[in-house]
Design a protein around this ligand. Structure first.
Ligand code: CMP
Length: 139
């Protein structure tokens, strides 16, 4: 199985609700290694740039305001099939459709404020990692 890297974000709701340790614990328990990590507070411009792929969607303004509303934690996760493993641990975007035991099923109560973000494919993982981390910040 391929060793991959993926970007994980703990969103403002996850940080505000004190879920950083719980989320990271799930990653580590399932074999994902943290190769870089930082806390930051995105500006609205930065949130708009990160989610530019969604700019035509009706939820874009609300999403980018939410993502710039408070601190987040950004991480590079690495492991076998890390993109898939991370997405399986997160659960579906809509917490009502997320499998029991996933992060979103256990903690999210809103489709937008859904605790975590994870890259969805190798190409987006590469671009999203480069958005948050330069080479010196990666272990
Ligand atoms: P994320 O995995 O970060 O990718 C895009 C984000 O847009 C998603 O999680 C949600 O936070 C948000 N999102 C997706 N669909 C909707 C929706 N229908 N309404 C509001 N927000 C959404």
């Amino acid at each position: 199985m391929p060793i991959e890297q993926t970007l994980s974000l703990i969103k403002p709701d996850g940080v505000a609700r004190g879920l950083i340790g719980d989320v990271i614990g799930r990653f580590e328990k399932h074999g994902l290694k943290i190769r870089a990590m930082k806390m930051l507070h995105l500006s609205l411009d930065q949130a708009q740039a990160f989610y530019a792929v969604h700019q035509e969607r009706p939820f874009y303004d609300s999403l980018t305001q939410f993502m710039s509303s408070g601190p987040i934690v950004a991480m590079i996760l690495e492991g076998e099939n890390a993109i898939r493993v991370n997405r399986d641990l997160m659960g579906a975007t809509d917490y009502r459709q997320a499998d029991p035991g996933t992060i979103r099923a256990d903690f999210a109560r809103d489709i937008e404020a859904n605790i975590v973000h994870g890259s969805d494919a190798p190409g987006t993982a590469k671009a999203e990692i480069a958005f948050f981390f330069n080479a010196l910040e990666q272990v």
